[in-house]
Design a protein around this ligand. Structure first.
Ligand SMILES: [Zn+2]
Length: 241
């Protein structure tokens, strides 16, 4: 019994994530910003929705929430810190809180940086991380509200999760992130192997995500940055890349 995660492509390059607890059949959707494709994916998966999870308040993560809630009548979970700018929350959570999905349990991790109230969810049973716009495959979120020091600390919290953790992020940015990663770390063999797999998946019309945390730790320059100052310099360079 464990939690599985399936990406649902929405909008231009966003992913909502369909979570399913195999023991109970309980299902959740993460960041349903576009109601129609999300409702279609839920119907295809059996038409059951137990919960909506939100990583942060940006429109490309929350815009479909009210329509999906109206269709399935399920509770919405998001950051207590961002209650004032999220859709109405039925469960307002903070660092260390637990979200129940059937027999699965997701731990809330505060990950400020991209936004001040950003949260991630980690389901240990299944090793599923919903990383929102904090950690992307081969990249990380832009510092829209937080500081480089905050984002670096957030990424260090994710880096210590089990190496087999599946990184389920909010966007298909991997190929563009790969170009930057190769520019700053051209001799990294693990990165080249990673990018080769991504190119194959994308050429076949498949999502490049989820990725595996162990691979990100070897190849993602924002995770291999040795300290907050190096991270800040790297993030600034990427902003101009
Ligand atoms: Zn965002």
């Amino acid at each position: 019994m464990s939690v599985t995660a399936t990406p649902v492509p929405i909008l231009k390059d966003n992913y909502a994530w369909l979570l399913r607890d195999s023991g109970s059949g309980a299902t959740a959707i993460v960041d349903p910003a576009d109601a129609d494709p999300v409702i279609e994916a839920i119907e295809k998966a059996g038409g059951r929705l137990d919960m909506i999870l939100l990583t942060h308040h940006h429109a490309d993560h929350i815009a479909g929430v009210d329509a999906v809630r109206a269709r399935f009548g399920c509770p919405v979970v998001g950051a207590a810190a961002d209650m004032h700018r999220l859709p109405r929350l039925d469960q307002a959570v903070k660092e260390g809180d637990t979200v129940r999905l059937g027999e699965g349990a997701g731990t809330v991790i505060d990950t400020p940086g991209h936004t001040r109230g950003q949260i991630n969810f980690f389901f240990a049973d299944g090793a599923v991380l919903l990383s929102g716009d904090t950690l992307f495959s081969l990249g990380c979120g832009r510092l829209i509200e937080g500081t480089a020091r905050e984002m670096y600390a957030s990424l260090r919290k994710l880096a210590v999760l089990p190496p087999e953790t599946l990184v389920c992020c909010g966007h298909e940015y991997t190929e563009s992130n790969a170009r930057f990663a190769l520019a700053v770390d051209p001799d990294n063999a693990a990165l080249h192997a990673f990018v080769g797999k991504v190119e194959q998946l994308r050429a076949a019309g498949q999502p490049s995500v989820p990725s595996v945390l162990a691979d990100e730790l070897d190849a993602n320059p924002f995770l291999t940055a040795p300290d907050a100052a190096s991270f800040a310099a790297l993030r600034a360079k990427k902003d101009k890349f």
